[in-house]
Design a protein around this ligand. Structure first.
Ligand code: ADP
Length: 340
């Protein structure tokens, strides 16, 4: 099996085809977990709807795959408005943004994923759009050029980002609501696994759902992808998806009993073999494992840190003392001399 397959499993967005064939929550009731966040967003959405006004602009922080786009879609559904989805890196020119903004109907939701990756001149256009519901456009060239103010329908911007530190202060200050979305607990994820399995008509015991949840890095997108692969595995082997089959499918996917995939293990192994546990700079790690820095920071590291396998220090990433002997034993098959 291709060594890098598991990372693709983690980071890839669902294709339209996959989305069409899997369950996606359409209401807050179907959106499982995140109880506190849901309570707040449901209240704000209801209040805006009752007033017939657009919702305040909302900024959502959190790692990929945790359900930011899904939340925005649910809110649009409740408000009875359309949602237009764009992403920071594709809004390269101010004209791209203006074209999208001018197509919004009253109270529509405009969702920008990875909003921290918008070029700064495009970001500036967003300031007046958010504040005054208008944009300034320059018409003509040279001496004959003039600025025309184009009015927009009142809309709601929902910005999503994985990096809170990279949102500029002027942009951040224009959001009325700022919320964080956190990794899911294994229990919450096991409900999401069961929900997806039931939609896919895959029979999974509570034990199997929990097993998949424990290997899903606290992330619904990963959980749902594993469910689909378990279904493939069970189907081709003409077996029921019992715990043994789930375990075999996880092994087939390169996910081990610690919930670590091939790339996690490669990263930890390199730190142990080449740096005796670290510290080591993130750029060095990126080139050693052939991934980019963003993938390490957004996908690999948050999970490894939560599990206690990695920590950040001013001198780089290192394996905490507590995990060192376990991992040395796992990779090198030898006990750390200092372990008790
Ligand atoms: P993000 O925008 O944060 O990257 P998405 O909204 O695209 O994440 O969600 C990824 C996948 O996980 C989607 O298939 C979505 O339906 C599912 N999902 C996310 N959060 C939940 C949840 N709380 N309950 C059920 N499914 C969820």
């Amino acid at each position: 099996m291709n060594e890098l397959a598991p990372i693709t499993l983690l980071t890839q967005q669902e294709t339209a085809e996959e989305r069409a064939h899997d369950f996606s929550p359409k209401t807050f009731d179907d959106y499982l977990g995140q109880a506190e966040l849901k309570k707040k967003l449901a209240l704000y959405t209801q209040a805006a709807k009752m007033r017939g006004e657009p919702l305040d602009h909302l900024l959502l922080f959190g790692p990929p795959g945790l359900g930011k786009t899904t939340l925005a879609t649910i809110m649009a559904q409740i408000m009875g408005v359309d949602i237009k989805i764009a992403s920071g890196p594709i809004l390269e020119r101010t004209g791209d943004l203006v074209a999208l903004l001018s197509n919004l109907e009253p109270r529509d939701i405009f969702f920008i994923d990875e909003i921290h990756r918008m070029p700064s001149n495009v970001e500036e256009v967003l300031y007046t759009a958010m504040e005054q519901f208008s944009v300034d456009v320059i018409i003509g060239q040279g001496a004959g050029a003039k600025t025309v103010t184009l009015p927009l329908h009142p809309f709601t911007l929902i910005g999503a980002t994985t990096k809170s530190g990279m949102i500029s202060a002027p942009l951040r200050s224009r959001f009325g609501i700022i919320e964080r979305i956190d990794f899911y607990t294994d229990e919450e994820l096991s409900h999401i696994v069961a929900q997806s399995a039931s939609f896919l008509k895959l029979s999974l015991s509570a034990e199997s759902s929990l097993l998949i949840a424990q290997c899903s890095r606290g992330t619904p997108r990963v959980a749902k992808k594993i469910v689909r692969r378990v279904r493939d595995f069970a189907q081709v082997h003409e077996r029921a998806a019992d715990t043994a089959v789930v375990e075999e499918a996880l092994t087939f996917l390169g996910i081990d009993k610690d919930g670590l995939n091939t790339v996690d293990n490669l990263l930890l192994r390199k730190i142990i073999e080449q740096f005796d546990g670290g510290p080591v700079g993130v750029e060095t790690l990126a080139s050693l494992i052939g991934e980019d820095r963003e993938t390490i920071e957004n996908v690999l590291e948050p999970f490894l840190m939560r599990q206690g396998y990695l920590e950040k220090t001013p001198r780089g990433r290192q394996i905490p003392y507590k995990a060192l002997s376990y991992l040395k034993n796992k990779f090198l098959g030898q006990k750390d001399l200092f372990s008790i």
